[in-house]
Design a protein around this ligand. Structure first.
Ligand SMILES: [Zn+2]
Length: 410
C-alpha cells in the first residue's frame, strides 16, 4: 500500500494553480520527474504546441453598467455592442432570435453549441459559471478552443452565475463586449516514464497534472498522478511481461491536448499498446468508484468480478470518459478510466474548492491498490485477452465527443 505521508506530501507540494501552457504547469512537470527519479526511474519531458493568449482588457457593459467578467482567451480582439438575448435551450426557435445579438448561454460552450452560435449569426456570447448558492463570486478563465472555433472567432466573456441571474431577472437590454488580447503559440508538456517489460507490448497509464484557472487540482487530478506513481512503485520489483509507460499529461483541461499530442506524435507505436489505463479523480473522501471502459463490453465484467473478489466495491460500465483515455480509444486502443466520483455537494472540481480538504490519503492508497492489482494482472497476462476492436456504439460516442458527428438525439 502506498505510504500515506508520501501521498500527503505530494498533494501539499503541488497545491497550486497550474493551467496548461503556464510556467506553473512546467514546474509541476519537473516535480513529477523528481518523484519518478526518487523511485529510481527516469522520466522525460515531451513538449507540444498550445495556443496561448494574454488578455489586456476584457469588459462587459450591460445597459451602461459594468459587469465583472473574464474575456474568452483566443476569441479575438474587438468591440461589439448589441441587443442581449438569453437563449438557454438553443433550439431552432431560440436560435432564430440570435442574429446580430449577444447571446447569454447556459452551461459549457462545447463544439456543437458554438457551431449553433455561429450559424445563428450571433455577434457575441456570454457564458457563466460558479454557483449562485456559494459565497464566492469567482469567474473561471475560459478560452475559445481552437478545435471549437476552427478560426471562426466571436467575442465572448464569462461571468459569475449570480451576475447572470441578475441580468435575466432585470430584463437587461443591451450589452457591449470589449476584448484586447495578444494571441500566440506556447508550449505544454507531457512527462513520460517507462518501466520496460519482457516484450515490446505496452500498457500505457495516463493521468493529467494540469488544473483549471481557479483550482489547485488536488482531486482533479493530482490524485490520478499520485496513482500513477503508486502503480509504478507497486510494479517496480515485480515481473513485467509487458512494459508500463506512465504519461503525466499536460493541458487535459484545455481539451485533452496532451494525450491528443501524444497519440499524434506516437501514432505508429500505438499498435504495440495493449491497453490504456487512465486515472482522473480518485481518492476523494466521498464518492463512488467507477471504471469506465471504452472497449469491448467483456472488460466491464472482468473489472467488476475481480474487484468483487477482492472485496472492493465499484461500478463498471462501457462508455467514454471526458479525459485522456479518449484520444487513445479513438486510435483503437482499448481504454479504461478509473474515477471516484463524488456528488457535487461533497466535492466539486474546476473551482477554488478542489483542495486537500476533499481528499483522503488513506482512501487514495486503497484506490491505488485496486488499480495496481488490475494493472499487474493485465501486465502479466500470458495472452492479452481484451480484443483490439472498438464496438460501433463506442465509435459513435467518440465521433460525437470529438466533434465529427452530431448526436441525433441532442
Ligand atoms: Zn480531470
Amino acid at each position: 500500500m502506498m505510504n500515506i505521508e508520501k501521498i500527503d506530501r505530494i498533494l501539499r507540494d503541488t497545491a497550486y494553480i497550474r493551467t496548461g501552457g503556464s510556467a506553473q504547469e512546467l514546474a509541476c512537470a519537473k516535480t513529477l520527474i523528481g518523484e519518478c527519479e526518487k523511485l529510481g526511474l527516469t522520466a522525460k519531458l515531451e513538449s507540444f504546441d498550445v495556443p496561448m493568449a494574454v488578455m489586456h482588457r476584457a469588459r462587459l457593459t450591460v445597459d451602461g453598467q459594468q459587469i465583472p467578467c473574464k474575456g474568452y482567451l483566443c476569441a479575438g480582439s474587438g468591440d461589439i455592442e448589441a441587443e442581449l438575448v438569453y437563449a438557454p435551450e438553443l433550439t431552432p426557435c431560440a436560435l432564430s432570435t440570435c442574429r446580430g445579438k449577444i447571446v447569454l448561454l447556459d452551461g459549457y460552450l462545447g463544439y456543437w453549441k458554438y457551431q449553433d452560435i455561429l450559424s445563428s449569426g450571433a455577434a457575441g456570447f456570454i457564458t457563466y459559471d460558479g454557483n449562485a448558492n456559494y459565497a464566492d463570486e469567482d469567474i473561471d478563465q475560459r478560452e475559445l478552443r481552437s478545435y471549437v472555433s476552427k478560426g471562426e472567432k466571436r467575442l465572448g466573456v464569462n461571468i459569475n452565475a449570480k451576475a447572470a441571474i441578475e441580468l435575466v431577472r432585470s430584463g437587461a437590454q443591451r450589452a457591449r463586449i470589449t476584448l484586447e488580447q495578444d494571441e500566440f503559440m506556447g508550449q505544454s508538456h507531457n512527462v513520460v516514464c517507462e518501466l520496460p517489460g519482457e516484450t515490446d507490448e505496452w500498457i500505457v497509464l495516463t493521468a493529467h497534472y494540469d488544473s483549471t484557472s481557479l483550482s489547485t487540482g488536488a482531486y482533479d487530478n493530482m490524485s490520478g498522478c499520485i496513482g500513477l506513481l503508486g502503480v509504478a512503485e507497486a510494479m517496480l520489483n515485480k515481473p513485467r511481461r509487458r512494459g508500463l509507460r506512465l504519461i503525466f499529461c499536460g493541458s487535459e483541461e484545455r481539451g485533452l491536448l496532451g494525450s491528443k499530442a501524444y497519440c499524434a506524435a506516437h501514432e505508429t507505436e500505438l499498435s504495440n499498446v495493449a491497453l490504456n489505463v487512465n486515472l482522473d479523480m480518485i481518492g476523494s473522501i466521498m464518492g463512488s468508484f467507477n471504471a469506465i471502459c471504452t472497449s469491448e463490453e467483456r472488460l466491464v465484467h472482468f473489472i467488476e468480478y475481480s474487484a468483487s473478489i477482492q472485496g472492493f466495491s465499484l461500478k463498471a460500465r462501457q462508455d467514454i470518459y471526458s479525459s485522456d483515455s479518449t484520444p487513445f480509444a479513438d486510435k483503437g486502443v482499448p481504454a479504461v478510466s478509473f474515477a471516484r466520483n463524488a456528488t457535487a455537494n461533497t466535492a466539486t472540481i474546476h473551482n477554488s474548492y478542489d483542495t486537500l480538504k476533499v481528499m483522503s490519503a488513506a482512501r487514495l492508497a486503497q484506490d491505488i491498490d485496486l488499480i495496481s492489482t488490475f494493472v499487474e494482472t493485465m501486465t502479466n497476462a500470458r495472452h492479452f485477452p481484451v480484443k483490439r476492436c472498438m464496438p460501433d456504439r463506442m465509435k459513435d460516442k467518440l465521433d460525437v465527443y470529438l466533434g465529427r458527428k452530431r448526436d441525433k438525439d441532442a
